[in-house]
Design a protein around this ligand. Structure first.
Ligand code: M6R
Length: 602
């Protein structure tokens, strides 16, 4: 996802903009740039690749000025080149943009008297605005008029030649924060970008646009009416970006899991069991529809087992990009549950909009309570994971599971499908989870012993049964996204229906299997792999290891856990395997190639 910053400062802004862009690096990008106004003159500098390339360019050819905008671009329309990098300039205006201008072709055709130099959708915004300036409009009016003609999703910031004290900012579909300082003002994609400058933040709402000057901000709603938006003080820890002594944010986030899960469970626990911040009566519900993307989809897929087994509640789980176009019938007695770390994933948001007015209730399990998905839901269930910087989601997955487990237990109680003893047992098992995760983290050295070998593989299979099947898919996703090794997750029982054809000694098979009611069947699947020279890395508990016997390539023994909650514990070795394999491969763990932290485009 692209990142935006803007500064109307008291000092030279170029270094401040670059520092702020560094804090947005976690979102993923492939080029970056800044524009400043100095003595009324607009100038810009852009570079492909990491921010260090932009910094180097600025060392050789500095940009002066106390007002500026900056951008990290994740290429959508047009490749990652200097020409396509933001800010885009047309005459007297420079623009940075996050999102997609859907009607950019139509606008380009309308502006055929102008010369376009990039392949981007964003350039049309700058050209259109310059066209209005040519017609004699003021910068404020030109930007306002431009916004009226844009379809799609955007966060935008405009900077104008001759205007040293104005940034026009706008939000539709992509979040944008205004930061308040002493005699200086800021614009940022999120509060994290602005953390070192200010923690006094006003979030624009959908359709808002704002005239930002050093004296403050004038916000207008989609209809152009003056709007009052709350200004909040963001707690310092919510915008802190440090690796806490770890080599990568991902490692820090893996090791934070016992603490953040404990916080999350505490948030939903009362003396009487589970409590959520609002009313949902699952006894009146005929179906739960879970919708999400990526890792959040795998958390939702684990939860399907929980809702069905514990609460006996029929449950669908869908990938958001499929759900929205499948046009599924939605019962007015159903609960629709959207799971998203960022709360901004375009497909998940669109799927949510599809069920609005159809489902009885819309619940959002999110990490960012100010996000679009949270705002458009009936009830927000925060996962309390804190900022997740690593593109590969780890602690957010854990806490999504924490919230969903609580919700399934609540549903089971309301529907009378578990008795008080089983509920107490499950809650005790959940409370014990952070401690068990600590024990799993202590096995890191044992994981490391085998990851050098794993890093030589071209393809890896993960197997699991029951709620461990979605975890197998999550383990495969973690490995492929950060190590670039091809990996697939399969239901163990599905192996002989095709994937077993892949097995030979070059394809490691990681089996995630606590000793549960189906363990002997999983052992048979392992035997099938080993009989074909396959190398099995079994992750199990002591009873499972004893029953599986010899012949595995590696065995990792985790503490015993209630099998239904096992995906939470077994997620930890899956994450560590991916992380250490990636370390061996020397890939960019926190910002893997081609990926963005949050995917705000379709
Ligand atoms: O912010 P979201 O949870 O909606 O993001 C969904 C996926 O894009 C995300 O989980 C992605 O798959 C991660 N890179 C997985 O590690």
């Amino acid at each position: 996802m692209c990142g935006i910053v803007g500064v109307l400062g008291r000092h030279e802004v170029a270094p401040i903009l670059v520092e702020a862009l560094k804090r947005l690096e976690y979102r993923g990008y492939d080029s970056a740039g800044i524009a400043t106004v100095q003595d009324g003159v607009l100038d810009r500098k852009r570079a492909v690749g990491k921010l260090v390339n932009l910094s180097d360019a600025l060392v050789h050819d500095p940009l002066a000025g106390k007002s500026g905008i900056g951008h990290t671009r994740w290429a959508t329309h047009g490749g990652p080149t200097v020409t396509n990098a933001h800010p885009h300039q047309a005459g007297r205006v420079a623009v940075v943009h996050n999102g997609i201008i859907e009607n950019y072709r139509e606008l380009r055709a309308r502006l055929d008297h102008r010369t376009f130099v990039t392949e981007t959708d964003t350039e049309t915004v700058a050209q259109l605005c310059e066209d209005y300036l040519d017609q004699g409009m003021t910068p404020r009016d030109a930007a306002t008029e431009t916004l009226k003609h844009l379809d799609g999703a955007y966060a935008l910031a405009f900077l104008f030649e001759g205007e040293d004290d104005l940034i026009v900012a706008a939000r539709k579909g992509s979040p944008l924060a205004i930061g308040h300082g002493e005699g200086e003002m800021f614009v940022g994609s999120d509060a994290i970008a602005l953390g070192p400058m200010t923690n006094l933040i006003t979030y624009l709402e959908e359709g808002d646009y704002a005239f930002v000057t050093r004296d403050g901000v004038e916000i207008r709603d989609a209809e152009g009416r003056l709007a009052n938006r709350e200004t909040r003080t963001i707690p310092a820890q919510s915008t802190q970006l440090d690796k806490g002594g770890h080599k990568h944010f991902m490692a820090k986030e893996i090791f934070e899991q016992p603490v953040v899960l404990s916080d999350c469970l505490g948030h939903y626990a009362t003396a009487d069991g589970v409590s959520i911040p609002g009313e949902v009566d699952f006894a009146q519900v005929d179906r739960v529809s879970l919708v999400a993307c990526g890792t959040a989809f795998y958390a939702a897929s684990v939860a399907k087992y929980w809702f069905e087994q514990l609460a006996r509640l029929p449950c669908d789980v869908d990938i958001a990009s499929e759900f929205r176009y499948r046009e599924p019938p939605v019962s007015d007695k159903s609960v629709a549950l959207f799971v998203s770390q960022s709360g901004e994933t375009a497909d998940t948001l669109a799927a949510l909009r599809y069920v609005q007015e159809k489902a009885a209730k819309i619940l959002a399990v999110v990490n960012v309570p100010e996000s679009s998905i949270a705002r458009e839901s009936d009830l927000i269930l925060p996962i309390q994971a804190g900022v997740e910087v690593g593109v590969a989601s780890t602690k957010a997955f854990m806490n999504q599971l924490g919230v969903l487990a609580n919700l399934a237990i609540l549903a089971a109680r309301q529907r009378g499908t578990i008795d008080a003893a089983r509920e107490a047992e499950l809650l005790t098992a959940l409370r014990a989870m952070p401690g068990l995760i600590n024990q799993a983290l202590a096995l890191e050295d044992q994981v490391v012993k085998h990851t050098a070998k794993l890093s030589e593989a071209h393809s890896v299979l993960f197997l699991g049964r029951g709620p461990m099947f979605p975890l197998a898919m999550e383990g495969a996703l973690k490995l492929k996204e950060i190590s670039y090794i091809h990996a697939e997750g399969y239901a163990s029982g599905e192996l002989k229906h095709g994937p077993i054809a892949l097995i030979d000694k070059s394809v490691p098979v990681i089996v995630l299997a606590p000793k549960d009611a189906l363990f002997d069947k999983t052992v048979s699947n392992m035997q099938e792999v080993m009989a074909r020279d396959g190398r099995v890395w079994l992750v199990t508990d002591a009873d499972g290891a004893a029953e599986a016997g010899d012949g595995t390539w590696a065995t990792l023994i985790l503490p015993k856990v209630d099998p239904i909650l096992a995906p939470m514990l077994y997620a930890v070795p899956a994450q560590l395997i991916a992380y250490h394999t990636a370390l061996h491969k020397g890939t960019d763990v926190d910002q893997p190639r081609n990926l963005a932290k949050s995917v705000t485009v379709e």
